[in-house]
Each structure stands twice: as C-alpha cells, then as structure tokens.
Design a binder for this molecule. Structure first.
Ligand code: GNR
Ligand code: NI
Length: 173
C-alpha cells in the first residue's frame, strides 16, 4: 500500500523519531510500503517520518537502472564518523516538492544500522549515497535541508510550499 507523503510546513516533520525495539514483520511490511511510496514518487530515499510514522526507519535506492533495483533498508541508523572533506550536491526532498538547493555536507560517512533481519551492519558511504544517508538521518531528528540555507532562502521556499499546499487543498475540497 502506497502511503501519503507529508509536505512542509507541517509540525510532524520537526519531531524526533524513536528507535525500533524489535525488527518484526510489522517493521518489514512498513518498510516495503515506504519503498513502494519512494519508487512511485519517485525519489532516492524516504524516512518513515515523511509518511507520518515517528520511527527511526529509512529506505534508500540510488541505483539509476530501473530494471536492477538496489534497495537499502536502514533501521536505527547511527552515523559514527563523518569525513573532514565535504562535497556539494543539489538536494531535493519529497516533503519539499519542486524545491532544490546545493547543500554542503561531509563527503563520506561511516554508519551502523540494523538490517531487515535485525542484524547489526556497518557501512562506509561516499558520493550521493553518503549525502542521501545524511539527508535521511536528518529527517529522523526533525531536520530538513532548508535548515542549512539562509533565513531568506528558507523563508522563500516555505512561502512557496504554503501556496502549493493551498492549491492542493482547492483541488481536493
Ligand atoms: O529523492 C531525493 N533526492 C535527493 C537528492 C539529493 C539529496 C538527497 C535526496 S533524498 C530525496 C528523497 C527524500 O526526500 N528523502 O528524504
Ligand atoms: Ni527528504
């Protein structure tokens, strides 16, 4: 089942998510639904908070090839180390439709997480994957990429999104 993605501004997106205590079939089912929602959007990452569930769950797939999907399921991801060197990517966010900005972040990160079987895993990420992981872990802590922009740019984007949400309301009501 595809889920609805929450659009900024919404107080839910500013909450802090809580860790998963047990990786069970409910968690696995939810993550499959998150993956379906992400592919349909389409996007390369999705945190559970974006579909209104305040748990530390992330799905990612940065593969370009639509035939060969390479989903990554991150449960309770924790970044242990970040590199000194940085990289800049143009970021988008499914909760900020139509909005993009260049964001500088540590180029590499090293993280631990639980996989779908509840096994501890470690991963060293670089390039777009590293940026995407950091973007998703930010979501788990109520942080959006616009928080790294000047107040002026951030306010402009929020203003556009308020307008966008009012347009959507008109269509639905
Ligand atoms: O689809 C997405 N693209 C993207 C591009 C650059 C950096 C991060 C991302 S994640 C984003 C999907 C999303 O909102 N994940 O939370
Ligand atoms: Ni996002």
């Amino acid at each position: 089942m595809k889920r609805n993605i929450i659009i900024e501004p919404d107080p839910i997106l500013r909450k802090t998510c809580t860790p998963i205590e047990k990786v069970d079939s409910n968690v696995r089912k939810l993550m499959q639904e998150m993956l379906e929602t992400m592919y349909a959007a389409p996007g390369i990452g999705l945190a559970a908070i974006q579909v209104g569930i305040l748990k530390r769950l992330v799905v990612i797939d940065i593969s370009k090839n639509k035939e060969k999907k390479e989903p990554l399921f991150l449960i309770n991801p924790e970044i242990l180390e970040k590199s000194e060197n940085t990289s800049i990517y143009e970021e988008g966010c499914l909760s900020l439709p139509g909005q993009f900005a260049e964001i500088e972040r540590p180029a590499e990160c090293f993280l631990k997480y639980l996989d779908l079987n509840g096994n501890q895993k470690k991963l060293k990420a670089s390039g777009l994957l590293s940026t995407c992981i950091q973007h998703e872990v930010d979501h788990l802590n109520g942080v959006l990429f616009i928080d790294y922009l000047s107040k002026l740019k951030k306010d402009m984007i929020i203003k556009k999104l308020v307008k966008h949400k009012k347009e959507i309301e008109k269509i639905i009501v």
